[in-house]
Write a protein that binds this ligand. Structure first.
Ligand code: AHM
Ligand code: MG
Length: 343
């Protein structure tokens, strides 16, 4: 950011995009509302142990379990409620779907119904909440098909190419919102003194080449053959077929790992393994993989399941899981080649 130029707030950026005809007033409002909810979540996350919001949700010693069969954290539930409440009454949405809810929820009849569908993972990286490591919110926006009377899960089952906006908010040392409306990927940092997001990178670009990979290596023995070979060759370094040494990073918060990759390059993967294979993968297509794939492609990177471009996957379920490879273009293409050669 040029410190002498006047800062561009998220509001100003969105108004300028609206003037250029790239978004309408309802999508602008929707993104503003999501950003406002992210500010509230950021405040809750920032309170940490002082806010009484750490630990598992549930009562009477019984853990609360979500549709994925995972124990919910208090902050998962709180973040979900913040996003639901913020988006209920604005008139911009027809329905919402979340990692924390079995099915989508339609906007209550008492409010006007809008033409967009919003999907989100309210607080991704739950295993990091209690240990004060970055977590984040991921969201994806679709158009609601026309002439739909009662919105149901099936109306959300659109490929990633149909997304009209996507983004994430990372709650780290600083809170940052990274957004695309299909015209580049831009980063906004929360200025806590004035309470607004200010653009700090216009047009993020992921370097095409990288020497850094992100994967949970403890799953190595469960991976498929092409992944074994691919990572084996990365680890072989300069002496191996890839001819260079690779570094490894794994935060175990997808938002933080993807943010690093958008900032300095790298490849992120959560491949198929024999533990998650029955479910199709670990990460969720609709509110984790697709929005990240849209952001990464808009920044010049690539995103794939290892066998197909992520954004082309035809969804079959709201909570469907997929293998994920995303980041620096040439490296994602290399990982895809290992799969193609093996299949
Ligand atoms: P969550 O949505 O339940 O938090 O799970 C998704 C997270 C991702 O943020 C991260 O990349 C991955 O799970 C970490 O998995 P693992 O604990 O197997 O390393
Ligand atoms: Mg998640």
């Amino acid at each position: 950011m040029n410190p002498t130029a006047s800062p561009v707030s998220l509001t100003r950026y969105l108004i300028e995009e609206q003037r250029e005809g790239r978004i309408g007033p309802n999508l602008r409002l929707l993104i503003e509302v999501v950003a406002r909810a992210c500010k509230s979540i950021s405040i809750q996350v920032g309170k940490g142990a002082l806010g009484g919001v750490l630990g598992d949700a549930g009562s009477g010693g019984e853990a609360s379990i979500n549709v994925q069969g995972e124990a919910q954290k208090k902050l998962d539930v709180l973040s979900n409620e913040i996003l639901l409440e913020a988006n209920a009454w604005g008139g911009h949405l027809a329905a919402l779907a979340s990692e924390e809810m079995d099915h989508c929820v339609a906007i209550p009849d008492e409010y006007p119904r809008g033409k967009y569908l919003l999907l989100f993972d309210p607080l991704d990286g739950s295993s990091n909440i209690d240990v004060n490591i970055s977590v984040g919110t991921i969201f994806s926006v679709l158009r609601c098909p026309e002439d739909v009377e009662t919105v149901g899960d099936e109306h959300f089952l659109q490929p990633g190419t149909a997304q009209v906006a996507a983004g994430y908010c990372t709650y780290g040392p600083s809170t940052m919102l990274v957004l695309t409306i299909g015209n580049g990927t831009h980063a906004f940092t929360l200025d806590r003194e004035i309470g607004s997001f200010v653009m700090t990178t216009r047009g993020m670009r992921i370097p095409e080449e990288t020497r850094e990979f992100a994967v949970n290596m403890s799953n190595q023995r469960f991976w498929e053959e092409p992944m074994q070979q691919y990572v084996g060759d990365l680890l072989a370094g300069k002496e191996g077929p890839r001819g260079k040494d690779f570094n490894m990073r794994w935060v175990a918060s997808m938002v933080a790992d993807v943010h690093r990759i958008l900032t300095r390059g790298g490849i992120f993967s959560y491949p198929l393994d024999s533990k998650c294979a029955p479910k199709g993968g670990k990460l969720r297509l609709m509110y984790e993989a697709n929005p990240m794939a849209f952001l990464v492609e808009q920044a010049g990177g690539a995103a794939s399941t290892g066998r197909q471009r992520m954004l082309d996957v035809r969804p079959t379920g709201l909570h469907q899981r997929v293998p994920v490879f995303l980041g620096s273009k040439n490296e994602v293409e290399a990982a895809v080649r290992y799969h193609a050669e093996h299949d």
